[in-house]
Write a protein that binds this ligand. Structure first.
Ligand code: 2P0
Length: 338
């Protein structure tokens, strides 16, 4: 199955009604904001590499005011001009090539190039889901510029073609991204979960803003291809998804935090058992983990999760905010439900 088949399926009715409307601006500018998301149950491994279809479902929380704001407009050059945080992105950089290739899926051949202005208030490519909010905000901005009027479910499917975790970046709060079973992935999209937890806080503990040594895309593939432990990952996910939902239902924070932490550590264990090994831990990461475990022993309800980078995301409740801040003075605290 090819990405272009999915695009045709998503735009099916629009293509019948007005074939040119897919790439005909209806305003001067399109705008889209997407929050970044942190997975409590991770996406690790694909059942289809071309369509970014995951082996398992996953579950995340959004950080409502951290993410990407993207504006798009048509321009008359023969290339896409990308500006990231007020700096022009080099045209043949991996970032620019990946973005332009994604846009090529939609536009008529060699026409309709865009000026794309992205403002992100999170570190790019350091394990803080910058590609998730980047692609989700880009798709939202295109939906606005071309007036596609697509439902979020369809936008989620389109953004997934750019980066898997982008499928979860269209909503605030808890979001589940369904693995689906269809080869075309039309049943693999994000959906918000109807749970709110006003006291829930996330603390971003940045150990390094340096670009990661190996992309999550490559690391994921290496894990699937070479780790013997990967065989147990789908079982772990099925179990953790059920426990996380139960924890939300009964508002049991230690159960939620503990399950998220265990899920992240299991994901990293599959990476460590790949060959060549994939290790996103830095000495500072391990030191922070020990500090968290020690504080927990002393009674603080503090947990962490870690993605494809050295930084940790702390999970705790608002009542413990001051203690967490004392423990980690540099932590950036975000309320999940404002
Ligand atoms: C997640 N990560 O669930 C997991 C946990 C990283 C660790 O989704 O190849 O950038 O573009 O589909 O979405 C990062 O992977 O990978 C990711 P692609 P993506 O948040």
């Amino acid at each position: 199955m090819k990405k272009s088949d999915v695009i045709r399926a998503v735009f099916h009715s629009l293509l019948q009604e007005a074939p040119n409307k897919v790439w005909q601006p209806q305003h001067e500018k399109g705008l889209g904001f997407a929050p970044t998301n942190i997975a409590l149950c991770k996406y690790w491994g694909k059942r289809d590499i071309e369509l970014n279809l995951p082996m398992t479902s996953s579950l995340s929380i959004a950080l409502p005011d951290k993410g990407a704001l993207t504006s798009v407009s048509l321009h008359d050059q023969s290339y896409d001009r990308i500006i990231l945080n007020d700096q022009e992105v080099v045209r043949d950089s991996a970032f620019a090539v990946r973005t332009s290739q994604f846009l090529d899926l939609f536009r008529p051949q060699k026409t309709g190039y865009l000026q794309i202005d992205i403002k992100m208030n999170i570190p790019v490519a350091a394990g803080l889901a910058s590609s998730a909010c980047g692609f989700a905000s880009l798709v939202s901005a295109l939906n606005d510029l071309f007036d596609w009027k697509l439902k979020k479910q369809s936008l989620s499917i389109l953004a997934r073609l750019g980066s898997g975790s982008a499928a979860r970046s269209f909503w605030n709060g808890f979001v589940e991204w369904y693995a689906g079973v269809r080869p075309d992935g039309m049943d693999s999209f994000g959906e918000p979960l109807a749970f709110e937890w006003p006291e829930l806080c996330v603390g971003i503990l940045t150990m390094s803003e340096v670009e990661k040594p190996i992309s999550s895309r490559e690391a994921m593939q290496r894990t699937v291809n070479s780790s013997l432990l990967y065989g147990s990952w789908p079982k772990k996910v099925a179990q953790d998804l059920a426990i996380l939902k139960q924890a939300m239902q009964v508002t049991n924070f230690p159960l939620l935090g503990g399950t998220a932490e265990s899920n992240a550590l299991t994901m990293h264990a599959t990476m460590l058992s790949s060959w060549p090994p994939v290790c996103y831990f830095m000495p500072e990461t391990i030191a922070a983990m020990h500090k968290i475990w020690k504080s927990r022993k002393e009674g603080l309800e503090l947990y962490f999760t870690q993605d494809a980078g050295p930084n940790l995301k702390l999970l705790f409740l608002e009542q413990d905010k001051e203690q967490v801040q004392q423990l980690f003075p540099s932590v950036d605290i975000v309320k999940v439900f404002e």
